[in-house]
Write a protein that binds this ligand. Structure first.
Ligand code: NAD
Length: 315
């Protein structure tokens, strides 16, 4: 982290789930941290818990406002519309935020001659035929969200090749941890509301590569400072895949509800839902010296404990 000491850093989407954890870690190294976020899905609580950071409530689509932020040396671009079903219902809004918004952030990077780390997604692969999926598998997005991330990545490559910008792309699998959104928090919400039943959207046979947010933060930082990161794209997952039905059972087991909760499936999933995500992470292990440390089994109990659900259900 010595390389980040006192660095001027801008985090778009810093009020969101991953952004919060990243900013918390960055504040150990630098006081010159600016969060730029429109709070569309980000939380004011996250911003308040990052009191030492400079917070600007702004939209990445507002180029004038983005330009008016202080000159920066390093940008983590995390701001995005992140919900796949929403992207299918609102493809233009999704495109605006994820494609044009990324272009605006690249322009800010070009103006400041800043290094940029871009948060991309497993969604760029769509439904791959190769597992574990390596970075060079190619693009085959299956949702508007996936396509807008492909466009973001391609603009990043254009800015590297044509303007010589220093950019690293990270493709995240399913990120989880404290303050997360997504399937784990959805299940916990449902169980909290009614422990007698748990409905899984889809067949339950969809499978995900769950990676802990603290490992993702380590990857983001290595992408920013690692000598081998320049111009590269890396998968960031745990390198293992877990069926959603098995995730449900793991959660119910921890809650001592395995024999008490009736699990049902809708069989039909949302448009754009991917079958299996399972990343080949050997490139990041080799070239970034990044090694995810926390397994789903190790951390689920902590997430459940944080939501104060253990005392309610276990005697
Ligand atoms: P999040 O929704 O918690 O964070 C996104 C943040 O971006 C929010 O704080 C939101 O308010 C902000 N934002 C959205 N539109 C904006 C705009 N127009 N201008 C300014 N700010 C805006 O999501 P997250 O899980 O923290 O995701 C962070 C990044 O990682 C995203 O780019 C996402 O696509 C990517 N990603 C996340 C996951 C995951 O499992 N969480 C998986 C793959 C990729």
């Amino acid at each position: 982290m010595e390389q980040l000491k006192d660095k001027k850093i801008l985090v778009t989407g810093g009020a969101g789930f991953i952004g919060f954890h990243l900013c918390k870690k960055l504040l150990d190294s630098t006081p010159n941290l600016t969060i730029y976020d429109n709070l569309s899905s980000g939380k004011l609580k996250n911003v308040n818990d990052l009191a030492k950071a400079n917070f600007i409530k702004g939209d990445i689509l507002n180029l004038k406002k983005l330009y008016s932020t202080a000159k920066t040396e390093l940008i983590f671009h995390l701001a995005a519309q992140v919900v796949v079903p929403y992207s299918m219902e609102n493809p233009i809004e999704d495109f605006e935020t994820n494609a044009r918004g990324t272009l605006n952030v690249l322009e800010k990077a070009r103006k400041d001659d800043a290094k940029l780390v871009f948060a991309s997604s497993a969604a760029v692969y769509g439904n791959p035929a190769k597992f574990p999926t390596p970075e060079d598998y190619g693009f085959n997005p299956f949702s508007c969200y996936g396509l807008s991330k492909v466009v973001g990545e391609q603009y990043c490559k254009m800015y590297m090749n044509q303007y010589g910008l220093d950019i690293t792309i990270l493709r995240f699998a399913n990120v989880y941890g404290s303050r997360c959104h997504g399937v784990i928090s959805d299940f916990l919400d449902k169980i909290q509301e009614n422990p007698a039943k748990l409905e899984i959207i889809g067949t339950g046979l969809q499978s995900r590569d769950f990676v802990h947010v603290s490992d993702v933060v380590d990857a983001l930082i290595l992408a920013a400072v690692g000598e081998n990161a320049l111009g590269q794209t890396f998968n960031v997952g745990f390198g293992k895949t877990t069926k959603i039905i098995d995730l449900a059972k793991m959660i119910l087991k921890i809650l001592n509800l395995l024999d008490k909760t009736v699990v049902t499936t809708t069989n039909v999933s949302w448009q754009g839902d991917i079958g299996t995500i399972w990343f080949d992470i050997s490139k990041a292990q080799k070239e970034l010296q990044w090694h995810p440390r926390i397994s789903l089994e190790d951390n689920l109990r902590d997430i459940i404990r944080e939501r104060k659900m253990l005392d309610e259900h276990i005697g």
